[in-house]
Design a protein around this ligand. Structure first.
Ligand SMILES: [Fe+2]
Ligand SMILES: [Fe+2]
Length: 413
C-alpha cells in the first residue's frame, strides 16, 4: 500500500469512527431513517475532496420475501449526493435479483473491472439491471458490491471508481456496509424502545385519569398545549418532544389520593387539602429515578409552584422552578378554566383569556406564571382554543358529550 493510500485509509477510517461515535451518542433523539443514514455514511466515506470513491452507488433493500431488492442509484460528487434515481425494483424472478441477494459479506466482496470478465464495455453492461444502467447515465466500467446485514438487509453496489476498482475500495465499502447494518439495527431497536416508553407513560397517565374518572382527555390536551408552548418559545426539538410526552404525567401522584377525596363534591377540609397538595411529591416518587423521566419528574413536582414563590410544595421562585413545570402550569390552568368543575361551569376561550390577562379570585397571572411562558401563551392562544375545541368535538362525535362534560378533571390543585 502506498503512503498516499495509507493516509487515505486512515482518514476514511477516522471519519467512519467519528460518524459512528456521533451517531451513537444521539441515536435515541435522531431516530433517523435508513435512507438518511446511507447518505451520511456514504457521503463521509465515499465522497469529498481528496477522497477516493465511486461516482455512483446503488443502495437496495431486500423485500420482505428476501427474493428481490428495490432502491435507488445515488450520484456522488465532492461528498454530496447530488442526484438520485427513481426507485428501481429488481424483479424477484430475474437473474439480477439472484445475484444481488446472493452477494455475501466477507471475502465475497470483490472489486470487478470490465476487463476482468467481459470482452467489451457494451457487453459488461448486460450484467446489470437495465434500469440501473439507465440511471447511471455513463457506461459502468467497474463495481464493488457488498451485502448490508442486520435488521434491514440489502446491498450496496458502488460503480466507476477512477482508474478501476481495487481491493482497497472493497475494504472501504465493506466497512460502510457493516456500519450501516449495525447502526440501522441499533436505531430500529431504539425506536422500538422509544415506542414502548411512550406507550408505558400513556398507559400510566390513563390509569391516573381512570382514578379521577376523567374522560375529558385533559392529559392529552395538556400534552398538546405544553408542546406548542415549548416549540413557540424556541426550545430544541428534543426538549419539545420531551415536554409533549411528559406533560401528561403532571398529576400522576394523584393515583395515591383516595377517590373519596379526589371526587368529593363539596369543599375540601384542611386535612383533605393537605393530602391533595402532596400529589406533586407522590408523583416524584412514582416516577422513580430513570434519567429518561427527568422532565416528567420536573413537571410532576413543580407544576403548582408560582413564579412569585407562593406555590407548593417547595415554594420555589422564578427560574428555580424547572422550565417544563412553568410551561405545564400555564397549560394545566388554561384547561382547568375551560373545563366544567364541581364548583364552576366551563369558561369560553375569551373568558379564560380574560383570566390570563387580569386574574380572578384564584389566579394572579403576574404572580403565578413565568412572564416568558405567559407571552408565548398570548402569542398562540388561538392554538389553545383549537386544541380544546377539537378535543371536545371529538368526544361529542363519539356520542359521549354529556358524559364528558359532567366528568371533567378535578381542580388543578
Ligand atoms: Fe396537579
Ligand atoms: Fe391537570
Amino acid at each position: 500500500m502506498t503512503i498516499e493510500l495509507c493516509h487515505m485509509a486512515l482518514r476514511q477510517t477516522l471519519d467512519l469512527i467519528s460518524l459512528t461515535d456521533s451517531t451513537l451518542k444521539d441515536l435515541s433523539r435522531r431516530k433517523f431513517t435508513s435512507d438518511e443514514l446511507y447518505h451520511q455514511v456514504l457521503a463521509h466515506l465515499l465522497g469529498g475532496k481528496g477522497r477516493r470513491g465511486p461516482t455512483a452507488i446503488f443502495i437496495a433493500l431486500e423485500g420482505p420475501n428476501c427474493t428481490c431488492c428495490s432502491g435507488r442509484v445515488f450520484h456522488l460528487r465532492e461528498g454530496e449526493m447530488i442526484e438520485r434515481s427513481d426507485v428501481i425494483t429488481i424483479e424477484p424472478e430475474s437473474s439480477y435479483a439472484i445475484s444481488l441477494v446472493r452477494v455475501e459479506g466477507g471475502t465475497d466482496v470483490v472489486p470487478i473491472n470490465w476487463k476482468d470478465i467481459s470482452g467489451s464495455i457494451e457487453e459488461f453492461q448486460n450484467f446489470f439491471h437495465p434500469s440501473v444502467v439507465r440511471a447511471m447515465g455513463d457506461p459502468i466500467l467497474n463495481f464493488v458490491s457488498c451485502r448490508i446485514s442486520g435488521g434491514s438487509p440489502g446491498v450496496l453496489v458502488a460503480f466507476n471508481y477512477p482508474g478501476g476498482a481495487s481491493e482497497y475500495d472493497a475494504d472501504v465499502l465493506r466497512s460502510a456496509a457493516v456500519v450501516i447494518g449495525s447502526l440501522v439495527t441499533v436505531s430500529d431497536e431504539m425506536r422500538e424502545t422509544e415506542r414502548a416508553f411512550a406507550y408505558t407513560i400513556e398507559a400510566l397517565a390513563r390509569a391516573c385519569e381512570a382514578a379521577e374518572e376523567d374522560t375529558g382527555r385533559h392529559v392529552v390536551r395538556v400534552n398538546r398545549y405544553a408542546g406548542a408552548l415549548a416549540a413557540n418559545m424556541g426550545f430544541n426539538l428534543a426538549f419539545v418532544e420531551d415536554v409533549s410526552i411528559s406533560a401528561q404525567m403532571h398529576d400522576v401522584g394523584k393515583i395515591r389520593i383516595p377517590a373519596a377525596v379526589l371526587l368529593k363534591k363539596g369543599p375540601l377540609n384542611h386535612r383533605e387539602m393537605q393530602l391533595i397538595r402532596q400529589h406533586p411529591a407522590f408523583g416524584l416518587e412514582i416516577l422513580g429515578d430513570s434519567p429518561r423521566l427527568k422532565v416528567a419528574r420536573d413537571i410532576a413536582i413543580s407544576h403548582h409552584e408560582n413564579w412569585d414563590g407562593t406555590g407548593y410544595p417547595k415554594r420555589l421562585k422564578g427560574e428555580r422552578i424547572p422550565m417544563a413545570g412553568r410551561i405545564v402550569k400555564v397549560a394545566d390552568v388554561y384547561d382547568a378554566l375551560r373545563s366544567r368543575r364541581s364548583y364552576k361551569g366551563p369558561m369560553t376561550h375569551e373568558e379564560a383569556l380574560q383570566v390570563f390577562r387580569e386574574g380572578d379570585d384564584r389566579i394572579n397571572p403576574e404572580g403565578h406564571f413565568d412572564p416568558a411562558v405567559l407571552a408565548a401563551f398570548f402569542k398562540i392562544e388561538g392554538m389553545f382554543e383549537t386544541i380544546y375545541d377539537s378535543s371536545v368535538l371529538k368526544i361529542a362525535m363519539n356520542g359521549k358529550k354529556g358524559k364528558a362534560n359532567s366528568k371533567q378533571p378535578a381542580p388543578a390543585e
